[in-house]
Write a protein that binds this ligand. Sequence first.
Ligand SMILES: [Zn+2]
Ligand SMILES: [Zn+2]
Length: 389
Amino acid sequence: MYYLVIGLVLVLSLGVFAFAGGWLKAKPGPAEDRPAGLAAPVRLAAGPSTRAEVQEKLKRLADSPAPPVKLQGAMCYEPRAILDRTEYICPKDGARTLYTNEHGQAEVAAQIQYMREGIKLLKGLDVSLDEHEFCKKCNPGLDPSGLSPKGPALVLVVRYPDARTGKVEEHRVRGVTSSDLQLIQELLSGSLEHGLEGPDTGPLKDHLARLQELLGTRLAAYTRAELQARLQALADTEPPKTLATGAECYKPSMPPTTADYVCPKDGSRTQYKVGGPGSENLVHLVSRALPALRRMVADIPGLQVSLDESELCRKCNPGAKDPAAVLVIMLPGEKAARRVRGVTEDDLRLLRELATGALAHKDAQDGETPLKDHLPRIRELLGIESTAK
Ligand SMILES: [Zn+2]
Ligand SMILES: [Zn+2]
């Protein structure tokens, strides 16, 4: 299952890569093509957007219903010939740097020319590309083989004017790709869809975490009152008529019997072994669940959540009985954080679904149930009781 997902991600990213130029030619979806009831494109201000304006767009996206995934024969396209060498010409000094494709660098260098065009489509945002790492003259320490993990990378530079002081704040992201630019363009144009290869599309809101990273701004967190309203709206909405049943053929692999927890704070190792009550759950938590929990906690738009793992480290927390991962939720304007011990992957899926306005809950095998059936657990996680008597 895991490998299948990784495989799919690889196929998708390769697909996007091969069609790097495709979205540039495609006109950004006009309003008439939008299914009825979906948000109209956001009107762009004349000047570059401020951070607050970008945050507002992110919030609108998070609040809009996810359009359905549309896949039509994603597998039957003709792969583009892989470039085996690209000469990068620096626009500043004209210096030529040769890239071969031994490590995929020729493709990356070739992508830059598409991205220069792509940057021009990002209207209403003060944004540019810093290419200097690719030029052997501008970047004397360059290793064109790309073997070094630091290898050359493109840097996206976003500038936000401060409305009051007029000062400009700069945000830089290394390792930006053409599909990243596409995500930003889609957000700016008010699209709810993310164009995959050819005619295929998926919900843009699935990429909220990356958009926040690229734009250096976080969606304003929901307040207690806003969450209460979302919970009430979910309770009042009919669940979807059709729900997926999920994968049937799921082969569990042998669980490990030991797991080493490496503390991200102090680097010390704490070993957990199967044997004794609760030990199997702990080994599973450390070896399997924790990486997923860390990833998922970073991808819940509109909720300020983090994971407190300190109970798992014997150095940070000597003598902790029954250690667990603790979810920490901060609501804007509130002093005390909500702490939930023993948070699971399913819990984080529920929170993400609530935050993104989903009506169905997907379990680990992609089986669906009405999200409103899980309201008691969601309320418990958030510490928000129902006001309905
Ligand atoms: Zn140069
Ligand atoms: Zn520690």
